[in-house]
Design a protein around this ligand. Structure first.
Ligand code: S3P
Length: 433
């Protein structure tokens, strides 16, 4: 499906966005591992979350949707059955990596596969810590999927995490919950903390501390998860597209309600503030150690200025960097992003995808191994956009199309369904002229 986008004169409206993707995956997985019936309310209905639901169903977990509630009948890890077919994780790195942690500690033997993009993404980073715990995981010679897991008894470990990845951290924590003894993760642990919050919500204790000058997160094995009620807030990484669009399109004012304002997810809002955006946010509920802070964000048209984003900030806006590149092209002065080398191993090489498409819109961008430099403000011209089957590239360049001269064609726009199936409908509602 191709989508044509033209110059927009005004965006306005108040909206909610679909449920947070990370929390939706975790709600299903934790529900499956808990005793009793877990209710996940306002789960994200997208292809990625369906991949997690499908894998869990193949393992014998019952999942049923009634209105806004998704009911997961937990069978505990010991209740997982050997699947009769491969577990297809589709495009979803979160499904594959979190399930690696869970399945490594189970009694199940299975194979995990994914689509062409997921089959290229690095999996040794998860297999390695799990193997240190005793896991039996086979990857291909290139250290990618399909991967074979023979679940077995694991032992707790101390692990020095070198990549600030919530997916790796979560896989280790989940495996640690079912191992013998304690598991402690040191190093790059300051990524999104939804797994830690959900462990608390489901009645397990996870402890954060500092030892020998290093922060760590620790889990004690043998804790039993009890069913819970998970209210999924709106996804801030999805809301980010409307924040950016509202900044760029003249005469705009957009209010986004009920989104997660978790500190580990609002790096994009913090960077927008530094760029001089007319943006404000307010936390209205939640935020204890077992819940997400949730609130409202208001954004109006803005004159943006360039910004320096350093490596330590990246985890809190990892999924918003392609969108930041689009904003940078419309901001006056230099935007310089460092420490974002992880973008090269996302659903596409997002640094290359951004450079290719900005260049085809007539914008000059310098890429680095770990980021990019853009000097704005530059005029964008409508172009044919290559999405590389990457949902965030499709949506970021749809936003670019709103301020480009002429028409922008998003080729293969159907990939937005990975995280935001109603993206174009929402755009049509916000677009006033
Ligand atoms: C996610 C973690 C991030 C993020 C992804 C979702 C998660 O990936 O990019 O969209 O739910 O834990 P990394 O852990 O690879 O940084």
């Amino acid at each position: 499906m191709n989508q044509l986008i033209g110059l927009a004169k005004k965006l306005s409206g108040t909206l909610t966005v679909p449920g947070d993707k990370s929390i939706s995956h975790r709600g299903l997985i934790f529900g499956a591992l808990a005793k009793g019936k877990t209710e996940v309310i306002d789960i994200l209905e997208s292809e990625d979350v369906q991949s997690t639901a499908r894998c869990l169903s193949q393992l014998g977990v019952q999942i049923e949707k009634v209105g806004r509630s998704t009911w997961v009948t937990g069978c505990g890890l010991e209740g997982f059955k050997n699947p009769t077919a491969e577990l297809d994780c589709g495009n979803s790195g979160t499904t594959m990596r979190l399930m690696m942690g869970v399945l490594a500690a189970s009694k199940v033997h299975c194979t995990l596969t994914g689509d062409a993009s997921l089959s290229k993404r690095p999996m040794k980073r998860v297999a390695e810590p799990l193997r240190k715990m005793g896991a039996k995981i086979k990857l291909t010679n290139e250290n990618v999927s399909p991967l074979d897991i023979q679940g077995c008894a694991l032992r707790g470990t101390d692990y020095q995490l070198k990549i600030a990845s919530a997916q790796i951290k979560s896989a280790i924590l989940l495996a640690g919950l079912f191992a013998q003894g304690k598991t402690r993760i040191f190093g790059e642990i300051h990524s999104r903390d939804h797994t830690e919050r959900m462990l608390n919500l489901f009645g397990a204790r996870v402890h954060s501390g500092c030892a020998l000058g290093q922060d760590f997160v620790e889990i004690e094995a043998g804790q039993v998860l009890s069913a819970a009620r998970v209210q999924v807030p709106g996804d801030p990484s999805t809301a980010a597209f409307w924040m950016a669009a509202s900044c760029l399109v003249p005469n705009s004012r957009v209010v986004i309600e009920k989104i997660s304002l978790n500190e580990s997810r609002i790096g994009f809002i913090r960077v927008l503030e530094r760029m001089g955006a007319n943006i404000s946010f307010k936390i209205e509920s939640g935020g204890s150690r077992d819940s997400e802070p949730v609130g409202t964000v208001t954004v109006e048209s803005s004159q943006l200025k360039g910004v320096h984003v350093k490596a330590s900030e990246i985890p809190a806006l990892i999924d918003e960097i392609p969108l930041l590149a689009v904003l940078a092209s419309q901001a006056s002065g230099i935007t310089d992003v460092d420490g974002a080398e992880e973008l090269r191993v996302k659903e596409s090489d997002r640094l290359e995808a951004v450079a290719t498409n900005l260049r085809s819109m007539g914008c000059v961008i310098e890429t680095k191994q770990d980021g990019f430099i853009i000097k704005g403000k530059q005029e964008l011209k409508g172009a044919k956009i290559e999405t590389f089957h990457d949902h965030r590239i499709a949506m970021a360049f749809s936003v670019a199309g709103l301020v480009a001269q002429g028409e922008t064609l998003i080729q293969g726009a159907e990939c937005v369904a990975v995280s935001y199936p109603g993206f174009y409908e929402a755009l049509n509602q916000l677009r006033k002229e």
